[in-house]
Write a protein that binds this ligand. Structure first.
Ligand code: ZN
Length: 180
């Protein structure tokens, strides 16, 4: 089955220890796994999507404004990819498809489903943060759209260890995903 890698919200604001909405050390610890798997997809000429939150400054109409501190604001350093993933992107941006999202799910308000369908892709591999927020919501939408889902345990993390463990079980037991 044709497959694609989705790297979700592995940005400075979500991962760096001083990021605006950091998930802390568990996020930083993913760096090597995420960079290695991304590089391997690029090497095999398999599609890699990097899908990142995009927020506008002082957006009173965005539901997250009431829930979280400002993060991933357009044209700020916090929206860059974290660490070596940004270095990889600097070199291979033509082989990585950048996509902006404005909600938790990578499918909400984006053309991700159309982009995957255009490539005949029915199997998606998920990495990034947070396991129990953006990865979870993306996996739920992927389930509803009939995708075969793989979640890379070494490539997902959360600030909330209970939420992380719950989400991993939910992927397997409720969404029929394979946690690898
Ligand atoms: Zn956000």
């Amino acid at each position: 089955m044709k497959k694609a890698l989705l790297v979700i919200d592995y940005t400075v604001d979500f991962v760096a220890l001083d990021g605006a909405l950091t998930c802390g050390p568990p996020g930083v610890e993913l760096e090597e796994y995420i960079v290695d798997l991304t590089a391997s997809y690029i090497e095999q000429q398999l599609p890699v999507f990097v899908i990142n939150d995009l927020h506008e400054k002082d957006d009173a109409y965005h539901p997250e404004t009431a829930l979280f501190p400002p993060h991933n604001i357009r044209d700020t350093a916090g929206r860059k990819l974290f660490g070596k993933l940004q270095e990889l992107y600097d070199v291979y941006s033509e082989d990585m498809i950048w996509m902006d999202k404005t909600r938790y799910s990578a499918f909400a308000g984006t053309n991700l489903d159309i982009q995957l369908r255009a490539r005949g892709i029915r199997e998606i591999h998920l990495m990034g943060v947070c396991t129990d927020i953006c990865i979870l919501h993306t996996a739920v939408d992927a389930y509803n759209l009939g995708y075969t889902i793989f979640v890379h345990e070494g490539g997902v993390a959360s600030f909330n260890p209970i939420g992380h463990d719950w989400a991993l079980a939910h992927f397997t037991n409720t969404l029929g995903a394979t946690v690898v």
